[in-house]
Design a protein around this ligand. Sequence first.
Ligand code: CA
Ligand code: CA
Length: 397
Amino acid sequence: MQSEFGRVSKVITERECLTIFMKENIMRKVLVALAIAAVLAIPTVAQAEVYEEGSCSAGNFSISFSNATFTAGIGWSTGSARTVAFQGSCNGCSWGPGVYGWWRNPLVEYYIGKSGGSSQGSYSCDGTSYTLYVDRRYNQPSIDGYQDFDQYNCSGQMSGQKDMSCHFNAWSNMGRGPGNHDYMIVSLEGFNGNSGSGSVGCTGSNWYQHWNNGGSSTFNCGGGPTSSSTTTTSGYTTTTSGYTTTTSGTGSNSIVVRARGTNGSEHIYLSVGGSQIASWTLSTSMSNYSASTNNTGGSLVCFDNDQSGRDVQVDYITVNGSTRQAENQSYNTGVWQDGSCGGEYSEWLHCNGCIGFGDIGGGGSTTTTSGYTTTTTSGGTTTTTSSWWWGGGGWWW
Ligand code: CA
Ligand code: CA
């Protein structure tokens, strides 16, 4: 009977009063089975209890319910320390959408975004703070029938992406688990006469369960929010699908050339990967000249209008904020050394020629994803995007 009583336990343990109600409700069935219903003069449950589970490849669901006690969720039949990215909403639910699941050894029922019990301390995950409360349950329905077990109620933000690895580690640091995972879902719950509708999408999930025991609720695979992608162009492409973000393409390299001329008419250009990126006419004071490029490969700063009285001094260049000193470069075809044009390790270009500043890579893209926000730093350009969802008649993020 673990399947029925176990799956319903999330409802039963929601609140003390509801626990009592549900316990009585289930006990009622037992009593009915013992043919004492007439003695107690309690009507038998009119609606058949329904439990269903299975595959929902859409990764999202919608549900409508009337005068119902129900739970419905989408997730994984076996939980793990994964990141759970979800969105959804519900009108008329008593709880959810939120992350909910079970362990064995120890037997634990957990909720993210719920309070009740004795505080075990606070911790930070998902960019926000939570407090773990533990509520000891005695002889209550569980995934293994009626048992004594702990209910972990994590008070804090219910919505948004959850790094369950972070939560489980925090609990473990408090001496609480981890246990062996049973199911882990993003669920909606209703009690004793709730009416309304809701929908939930959960990235990467394809397993659902739905339990109804009173009133009616209709589960539909699909019809909920779906993860989407966004593209940002700044010399590279960012694709966000749920909580997974990939960055591809060449980065936008930001380059600064610091230089001067001896008479202020010198002309120089910057070349990256064999192409001229930018050119400038210098002044007689050291100045910064900026350029950006998606090109990668070898970089050169070249002097190309040498005449009598014209010389160029290049102090350094910076590539995405990192300095490369001219005097540290071994490639210099414009410095006058040993009686001819060309040499090494000099800031000077006395002749037409170039200082080679080495290769420039793909912009040094780094991508970090935090909650629903993705920050990409590429070539000195920082782009922040939010993954978004469509569902329930509006945009979510
Ligand atoms: Ca220098
Ligand atoms: Ca010269």
